[in-house]
Write a protein that binds this ligand. Structure first.
Ligand SMILES: Cc1cc2nc3c(=O)[nH]c(=O)nc-3n(C[C@H](O)[C@H](O)[C@H](O)COP(=O)(O)OP(=O)(O)OC[C@H]3O[C@@H](n4cnc5c(N)ncnc54)[C@H](O)[C@@H]3O)c2cc1C
Length: 380
């Protein structure tokens, strides 16, 4: 039977980032099992936004570290991922949200993040193509930005493979073998493998994979829809988002506008079908705030899943109940941008027993039992 030190379940951005960082630390006895193709899950369906402006301090720290790693992605992984630090504009349309933004900016600045607070007039002067009616204030961070999620996922996978990691696609993990409280290996559609450590990086399926090891991962998946328009000239370098307004929008390298929103009535479960209602409500809202979209044609719509945790912060660590069972799940709409820092931190934890760059002990699953949760509010 083939043997690895670490078997990673899930070939999304999280699984491949962990694999890459393990290999970078010198551990090459690593395999990634992906039941479909690389980037087939939420990663390949996401908006690609990378922002450090969060309401929870932990998310700010992880995102700030991720930005440092995105800045060197091309050098480290040898892959151009269309990374652009065009900034992120957070728009508040209610007094309550504006006050929250001001409190968040205070904390973000304490963490060393350079964030501006902009009045509607300042937003209009900078971005005359935005309708600022009803805008109360906005915040802007120039080092935020976006990248192409497919390229980042493939970038990590190819770089990990070059360093000696085995990547199995169309290989579904069916069970995790646990004996006397320790991980012994996995059973998969391509055979059985021995290993000391299993990492649950299964995204929307993290709960099911947790059950294989007898661990309850408290995540729930919800559909999120998104669409892309035909190409426009390059004029929109930043990403804009509003939480109360429930939208995000950015322009890709090739000029298309990508945008999405959440649906408060969405039922839990993995559902990747699309609806006409989404197209209609999204277009009506977005053409009011971004009038230049009025006659722009929509090319394609799709859906993916947010794997929500109870506090909208990721669940990352290694189990104290089953030796060798680690998890990186519950990314709740921000797993793409947090993947570099989380991959690095979990790899450090597995290899060295402690983290070097960002202390992720707060993200351990135990926080829910201890009641030490802090709900992240900056989520669409
Ligand atoms: C519409 C939308 C927009 C988003 N926008 C953003 C954004 O702008 N910025 C951002 O940071 N995040 C965004 N997100 C969230 C982000 O996409 C996710 O948090 C991130 O991609 C999670 O990565 P992952 O690797 O955990 O999951 P995934 O990419 O879903 O990968 C998990 C993989 O595990 C595989 N798998 C599951 N079970 C098994 C098994 N038993 N055996 C083998 N393989 C298995 C699946 O096939 C899947 O490929 C968005 C998400 C959606 C849906």
């Amino acid at each position: 039977m083939k043997e690895y030190r670490v078997c990673i379940i899930g070939g999304g951005i999280i699984g491949t980032s962990i694999a890459f960082h393990l290999a970078k630390l010198g551990e090459r006895r690593v395999a990634v099992f992906e039941r479909s193709y690389i980037s087939s899950g939420a990663t390949g369906r996401c908006g690609g936004g990378i922002r450090q402006q969060w309401s929870a301090r932990m998310n700010v720290r992880l995102a700030m570290r991720s930005v440092k790693l995105f800045e060197r992605f091309e050098k480290d992984a040898g892959f151009d991922i269309e990374y652009r630090q065009g900034g992120y504009l957070l728009m508040a349309f209610t007094e309550e949200e504006a006050e929250r933004f001001e409190r968040n900016v205070k904390m973000q600045r304490e963490e060393g993040l350079d964030v501006e607070i902009l009045s509607p007039k300042m937003v209009k002067e900078r971005y005359p193509f935005i309708n600022t009616e009803n805008l109360i204030l906005a915040t802007f961070c120039q080092t935020d930005g976006h990248a192409n999620p497919h390229l980042a996922n493939f970038g990590y996978a190819f770089a990990a493979r070059r360093l000696g990691v085995d990547i199995y696609t169309h290989a579904e993990v069916k069970d995790i073998i646990v004996q006397n409280g320790s991980v012994m290996g996995i059973e998969s559609s391509i055979g059985s493998f021995k290993c000391d450590v299993v990492v649950n990086a299964a995204g929307a399926w993290s709960k099911e994979v947790g059950k294989m090891a007898g661990i309850d991962i408290p995540t729930t998946s919800y559909r999120h829809q998104i669409f892309v328009t035909e190409s426009l000239r390059d004029f929109f370098p930043f990403m804009a988002i509003s939480f109360d307004g429930n939208f995000y929008i950015r322009q890709t390298k090739h000029g298309q506008m990508i945008m999405g929103q959440g649906d408060p009535n969405e039922k839990p479960g993995v559902n990747r079908n699309v609806t006409y209602e989404f197209l209609k409500s999204m277009s009506e809202k977005m053409t009011k705030i971004f009038p230049f979209l009025e006659n722009v044609r929509i090319l394609r719509q799709w859906a993916g899943c947010y794997n929500m945790s109870p506090d909208a912060q990721p669940i990352v660590g290694c189990s104290k109940k089953v030796n060798g069972f680690c998890y990186a799940a519950g990314f709740s709409g921000h797993g793409f941008m947090l993947a570099p820092a989380v991959g690095e931190a979990l790899a450090e934890l597995i290899i060295k027993g402690s983290t070097e760059h960002v202390d992720i002990s707060f993200l351990d699953i135990d926080r829910f039992e201890k009641g030490e949760v802090e709900i992240e509010g900056n989520v669409v």
